[in-house]
Design a protein around this ligand. Sequence first.
Ligand code: C2E
Ligand code: MG
Ligand code: MG
Ligand code: MG
Length: 288
Amino acid sequence: AAKADGRSTFRFYEQSMRLAAEKRHLLTLELRQALNEGQFELYYQPIFTLADDSISGFEALIRWHHPQRGMVSPAEFIPVAEETGLISGIGQWVLRKACMTAARWPKSIKISVNLSAAQFDQAGLLDTVVMALEEADLEPHRLELEITESIFLSNSRQNIQLLYGLRDLGVRIAMDDFGTGYSSLSYLSSFPFDKIKIDRSFVSGIEVDTRNLAIIQAVAVLGAGFNIITTAEGVETAQQLTRLRHEQFGEVQGFLTGRPMPASEIDTFISSKSASSSRVLNEPASSA
Ligand code: C2E
Ligand code: MG
Ligand code: MG
Ligand code: MG
């Protein structure tokens, strides 16, 4: 009986592996189709400067309107796009679209675009960025590229060179999801980042969690020492916002101050924020 059990367990394992592979294969085909048929859209989430409560920029976040499944989260399809190489085409689309959209905003407002490590492994990233900027006629300093520590895991020398190449164009480089990877501090000192974005897992609970608060305080000190901007992701409560102000954080981004929104809502959002008087951010969350 034990032997038969073992065999059926193995068969079950084999079947679920095959199922997973088939699902991935289907997803790959669907992703290629999505790019060709225009099923992707960019949403934009506001980022605020705490010193004056002004909008510093928006982060572009990709959305997939799947014909049957509805909205699919990037957390689900970006990893598959990375493994299959499709990220290069998708990433190119994101860069072009984001730059074109931002070119219509007031010049004080920047655009942040996420780059996958896999995009660094493919030739032509530099050209893609140059072309996206030129096509949109966007000043390079208005584009910020968000990268994660994963780009330092393989080809790190080559990737760091590429980062310098990007910075030489005049675009800004931010380290995203800071604190969630491996030995983040050594990476921070290996490249002159313009910004650190602390991951939202460290922001959650800072009202009560003294450990996360200590990490937030340490990052604020780090930012000041490096003379670079610190941004807190995933700010959801007014108490978190107050605390981040108190710790002299540079910027906040989160559901409290604005959810990701389609491009069509941005003009209204910008005017509603600049029309109101000071302390735009301490008003109760009225996110639509
Ligand atoms: P990320 O770059 O760290 O983006 C922030 C994520 O946190 C977004 O999720 C955003 O919607 C979410 N978020 C913002 N504020 C809050 C909050 O207050 N609470 C909570 N719970 N979540 C909040 P999203 O849009 O699902 O994107 C997930 C990840 O997918 C991104 O994380 C990024 O790594 C990746 N991604 C999104 N768009 C792109 C893209 O165009 N290219 C690449 N390569 N990756 C992308
Ligand atoms: Mg990001
Ligand atoms: Mg992030
Ligand atoms: Mg994140």
